[in-house]
Every structure is written in C-alpha cells, then in structure tokens.
Write a protein that binds this ligand. Structure first.
Ligand SMILES: Cc1cc2nc3c(=O)[nH]c(=O)nc-3n(C[C@H](O)[C@H](O)[C@H](O)COP(=O)(O)OP(=O)(O)OC[C@H]3O[C@@H](n4cnc5c(N)ncnc54)[C@H](O)[C@@H]3O)c2cc1C
Length: 393
C-alpha cells in the first residue's frame, strides 16, 4: 500500500521519532493479525499483549521506573505511533490509545505506589486500562456529572453511572471521575482508580458501535474504594481529566490522520487502475481535483497535529492548538474517506472493504474527547482571550 514517508523530515520531529515510525511500520507489516476479528474483546486483549510485548506500550505511560519509554509522555512519539497503527488497523490503534488514555491521569497525578501498581502493568500489556468520565446525562458538559463519591472513613463510596466507556467489560481497572462536592460544578469532582473486580462495580450494558470495539455502561452501587486509590487532591478531578485530554486529544488528531492517509492510498490505487470511458479514473480532471483536495487536507491536518505535539513536548500550554488539531484532522479525515468511498464506487460500500471500514472507523472521532463543536468553543474562547489580553480590555 502506498505510503509517502517524506513528511517525516518535517522539523517538528527528532531523529529518534523518525526511527520509531519506521520501526513500527515494519512491525505492523509483519506482526499485526490479518483479517477481521469475530470476537472483538479477544482481539483487543491479544493486541494489548502484542503491543506490550513489542515495547510499543512503553510510549503510553510516563516514568522510566514504571516501564515508560521516557520520564514524560513524548507527545510526538504518541502521535506517530497512533498515526501508523491507525493506517494499518483501527482496532490496533484503539488498543494502544486506550492504554494511554486510561492510565494518563496516573502518569500525571499518581503516587509512586499507584504508578508501580498500574503503570508497569499497562506498559507491559499485562493490564487493560479505561477512562470513565462520560455519563448518560453529562457528555460534553462534564461539570454536570452526577456520579457521586461519598467519603466514609478511609474509603469512598461510589454511586452512579458512566456510559460509553471504551474497554468497558474488558478493562482491569477504570480511572473514574466522580462528584465529591468540595465546591459547585467542575470544582467538586475527584478522580479514583477502581479495580474492575471491586464489589459494587458492574458492567450494566455492553454497547455495540459502528466500528466494533469494547464499549460499556458501568453502574456503581455502594462501590467502596480505598481513599488511597484517589488520584490527586479532592476537588481536582476536573483539572486532572482536562490535563489528560490535553495530551490525548492531539493523539486523536493523529489517529484521524492515519485513517485519512490510508484512505488516500486506497483512492490512488483505485483511481490509477480502474478503466472507464477509455481512460483511467485518475485521468479525469474531476478526480484530480478530488485528489488534490484530499492531499492538501491531509498535509494541513498533519501540520496542525505535529505543531500541537511539538509545542506540548516543549512544555507549552496546548489547549488551543490541540483543539485545532483535533477538529481539523477529524473533520478532514471524514471528507477524505468519503471521497475515497466515492472513487471506489459500489465496492466502496461493501462490508469490510478497507474504505468501508474507514468510513465507520472515523465517525466517532468527531464526537469523543470533545465533539467538534466543543473544540470550536475552545478555539474561539482562546482566540477572544488573546485579543482582549492584547487590547487590555
Ligand atoms: C465510540 C465512543 C467511545 C467513547 N469512549 C469514551 C471513554 O472511553 N470514556 C468516556 O468517558 N467517554 C467516552 N465516550 C463518550 C464521549 O466522550 C461522549 O459521547 C462525548 O463527550 C459527547 O457526549 P454525549 O454523547 O453525551 O453528547 P452530548 O453532550 O449530548 O452532545 C451531542 C452533540 O451536541 C453537540 N454539542 C455539544 N456541545 C455543544 C455546544 N456547546 N454547542 C453546540 N453544539 C454542541 C455536538 O455535536 C455533540 O455531538 C465515547 C463515545 C464514543 C462514541
């Protein structure tokens, strides 16, 4: 399959990033399971084991002592790995990304004991992680969450629900955000690590989705969690969730980029081989205009993605840049994939054709970790603030 690695020479990347991307490319070509899994849970568990054994999951956690590839999460490495995995397999990207999203709060705010217990296993592929923020009545509006954690001696008791939780049903532990009530709204939330086997935690419903992966609604009923499982200080939960999303939002953009690059490769393969009206599909200027739009959209999304990743690796605040990258890359990927389906004609909508799969894979990325409209609000808020700061108003 066509892949132009020329962009790897861009100045946002260091030599070790380029080597990493090339190594993973080789690994994907030989080590990723072929075909479409019948049992998504088993396939995910297998992918986590393989990614762990090969050392790729070391990039999802921070801290060498806990199995991480470096002391902090290398955002550019994370993005390159997600982009490469997504180009080969949406499920492999999912399995990889969730190890990071599910343990990100522990990397950022865990105690040494928490890091030792959880991060080492996440990095080795020995434990599956999940991030439980969304609820039936609070998705985009995180601060409206109702799941409660009531302090009771040296424990907290959790009651409530979480929904659309990736890895729900197969995770070994969940990082759960709940209302502890120190203040109203976003300042009254805390984060907890809850082992999957904890009494009072139940997988209430498995949720089938457009691009199959483990997803569930969780119910907490008198679920007692030791206070030692709390992450950070009481009331810091919202900040912890947003800091975690600031890292992984940029990596969602990278995954979208991987899907878009694969779609362009599939479109080129078809356009240059399909004969019609005595020429190839790629000979028509209408097709060429489509290919130009696809290629330009991909490069613009890549520039925004690696700018955000590079800035974060310089220790800069990237709330605005990550939002721009996520919005642009996911929206562009949707358009690129749709154009690829169109070029493949009838074959493009046949179940499990690569472009049909991409068409399903991309859709949720425009919704989770902040829908496009939420990213627009973030970008607008930051842009207005910069203007007002400059104007002194
Ligand atoms: C496949 C998948 C995996 C997921 N995995 C996880 C997970 O692992 N952990 C987790 O905690 N959650 C997860 N989620 C949940 C996800 O984060 C939420 O679906 C998302 O935040 C949107 O919340 P909602 O579904 O309640 O939609 P709502 O909040 O009801 O929003 C619906 C729509 O309203 C629009 N909208 C939102 N805000 C605004 C606004 N301010 N102005 C105008 N329009 C707006 C957007 O188009 C949005 O899509 C997952 C979701 C999916 C689909």
């Amino acid at each position: 399959m066509y892949h132009d690695p020329g962009w790897l020479d861009w100045p946002f990347l260091d030599p070790h990033h380029r080597a990493l991307a090339r190594d993973l490319e080789g690994w994907c070509a030989t080590q990723l399971p072929k075909g479409h899994p019948q049992d998504t849970d088993a396939a995910c568990r297998d992918l986590v084991r393989r990614l762990g054994a090969a050392g790729w999951l070391r990039y999802t956690v921070g801290g060498v002592a806990w199995g991480g590839a470096g002391e902090a999460i290398d955002t550019r490495a994370l993005c390159l790995l997600r982009e490469t995995l997504a180009r080969h397999s949406g499920l492999a990207d999912f399995a990889f990304a969730m190890q990071g999203l599910g343990s990100g709060a522990i990397t950022l705010h865990g105690t040494p004991a928490q890091k030792k217990r959880y991060l080492t296993r996440v990095a080795a592929g020995a434990a599956i992680a999940a991030f439980a923020l969304s609820e039936p009545d609070s998705g985009s509006d995180v601060a409206a969450m109702q799941c409660a954690a009531r302090a009771d001696g040296d424990h907290y008791e959790l009651d409530g629900e979480k929904t659309c939780i990736s890895n729900g049903g197969i995770a070994d532990f969940y990082v759960v955000f709940a209302r502890t009530g120190e203040a109203h709204g976003s300042r009254g939330l805390s984060a907890f690590i809850v082992d999957a086997e904890t009494p009072g935690l139940e997988v209430a419903e498995r949720i089938p989705v457009i691009a199959p992966h483990p997803l569930a609604r969780l119910r907490f009923a008198g679920c007692r969690v030791p206070a030692a499982q709390r992450l950070g200080e009481p009331g810091q939960g919202f900040r912890i969730a947003m800091q975690t999303l600031d890292i992984f939002r940029t990596s969602v953009a990278a995954a979208a980029l991987g899907f878009a690059r694969r779609a362009l490769a599939e479109a080129l393969a078809r356009a240059t081989s399909r004969r019609m009206f005595d020429q190839f599909l790629s000979d028509f200027q209408i097709t060429q205009a489509k290919l130009a739009t696809m290629a330009t959209g991909i490069d613009s999304a890549a520039l925004l993605t690696y700018r955000a990743a590079w800035l974060r690796d310089q220790g800069r605040n990237v709330t605005r840049e990550a939002a721009m990258a996520k919005m642009q890359a996911t929206e562009t990927a949707q358009q690129v994939i749709d154009a690829a389906v169109q070029m493949w004609g009838g074959l493009g909508v046949v179940s499990e054709h690569p472009v049909e799969r991409l068409y399903r894979e991309i859709r949720a990325l425009r919704i989770y970790e902040g829908a496009t409209e939420v990213q627009q609000l973030i970008i607008a808020r930051q842009t207005l603030k910069a203007f007002r700061d400059a104007a002194g108003t």
